[in-house]
Design a protein around this ligand. Sequence first.
Ligand code: GP9
Ligand code: MN
Length: 631
Amino acid sequence: MQKSFFSKISFLLIATLLMWLKTYVVYKTSFNIKIENFMQEFILFINPLSFLLFIFGISLFFKEKNRNRFIIVVSIVLTFVLLANMIFYRFYNDFLTIPVLFQTNNMGDLGSSINSLFMPTDLLLAVDIIILMWLYKRQPEKTVGAATRKEKAAYFLFVAAVFFFNLGVSETERPQLLTRSFDREVLVKNISLYNFHIYDALIQSKQSAQRALADSNSLTEIENYLSANRTDPSKDMSGIAKGRNVILVSLESTQSFVLNRKLNGKEITPYLNDLIKKSYSFENVYHQTGQGKTADSEFIVDNSLYPLGRGAVFFTNAANKYTAMPAILKNHGYYSAVFHANNKSFWNRDIMYESLKYDKFYDVKSYDVNDENSVGWGLKDKEFFEQTSELMKEIPQPFYTRLITLTNHFPFELNEEDKMIDEFDSKSSTLNKYFPTVRYQDEALKRFIEKLKKDGLYENSIIVLYGDHYGISENHNEAMGQFLGKEITPFEEVQLQRVPIVIHIPGVTDKKPKTIDTVGGQVDIRPTLLNLLGIDSSDQIQFGNDLFSRDKTEFTVLRDGSVITKDRIYTDGVCYDKSTGKSAKDQESCEAFVEKAKQELSYSDQIIYGDLLRFYDSERLKSHQKKSNKE
Ligand code: GP9
Ligand code: MN
């Protein structure tokens, strides 16, 4: 007798339904997933469905005898996946990733407390499996009947439809979900815990392949290139901040165009403008971030390597070996910490900071965050600085610290009472709202530095401020043109990628401030800073150069391949003359620099994808240098 398709797959559907509900219950009871609206709740609810239908659907290809057994085995495996994540989450407040599984030091912490992390209610996870086993015993397999090819095709077509429907609504709710956002919580929230693990495994295998093919020779060519292109750091500047605490402040979405500009007669950044008069500041330094935004800027500053062209290196290559600022400075007695009032897993920071060898990450849990002191993305900058300054008192000195601000982040929300400057008046509400939050950040910064003075942490520190990346994208060119009073051509677009870099050394820069117009990028921050601290970084694999060096090549490359030199800008295939802002008569004048730019980006990518710093050997590099000096 011909059975209906539904009766053939009834066991499969029951298993799917049970596991689906179980997953949702686990989401709601074991993880702390932030839900902001009904749509997000809906996505969270439906997200396990496509994966479960798919994986259980594989049973349709099995012989009838094994079909339901397979379904039960899959249920058991998935239950273990849930349980492992639940236990891990109880301790780390995070989801499992493959690198984490192999991070023995982390797992070691967990090992001893695994018993105490197990809860009696976890046994409830077995309920659906017991139901399935009971059904399996009751239902004789012989009567089930095999699915026809057509039925299988229809089934998997339906699964694909469910998957794309899920992805579609998630993309609308969270644009560029898979490329732009690398927060595990966001991924789980949108594509399910199961698909997140598959995504994680794909990234991992791609990375392992590239890594496996690399050997120490891969690094030699790069080392040769770097030693041939390295410029000697400035001797005058060397060691002028020796032994001081380092306080790096990442200024969220802050571009240089706001500096020394007014809106309706009011300065947008009065404090920064004033501080620049007592500091070293750089007019022509560009951000070099890609999709990893803030995390990319952190990566560049700590490693003097370029970030990746796609994805966020903090996420894709967090298990690599690095020789980052914290590690270099540790050799000189420095303690290192990052302060950022956001989830530790955002941008995979918790994992990456381990690889960068940070001693401590003060994430949102170290802060008192409530409705009154937050706006938009979280803790307001004033509160953030205030609480951070207290935390700073407890860490050993000298320290290397990075403070990551948040209020000046898209969509630039701000409470009325915090607005010190008008919104702009244009068709772009994004640009309009940008100015009050930049102004707010400026005020927060002022209070912070005053607080440092009170706390006795000012005099013995070097304070470095940098804009992390653009805040206003090219989608707002028309409004930006209205604000700046000029048309935003591709040439101007590149110029808008300049970010403030301010180095303030109390007792030094206030006496002899300088504005430096050398062309550079965020990659140059590390070698510049190391030289100021009197630390020789000539044996490091780094793409930047000391911005104070007289010999520094006036050159920088953005992650989209745009190149800036002293008198040229190359972008989108056109070579522009900086003095006119128009296409240069001698188009070939950009060529050599474009070549250099490609070379550098490619070398940097090779280092990251091949995890080449595991072969790094400073002694070997020194011998290369000796050789090339002789030549
Ligand atoms: C999040 C904050 C902002 O923790 O750093 O990230 P962004 O979106 O600017 O990369
Ligand atoms: Mn940012």
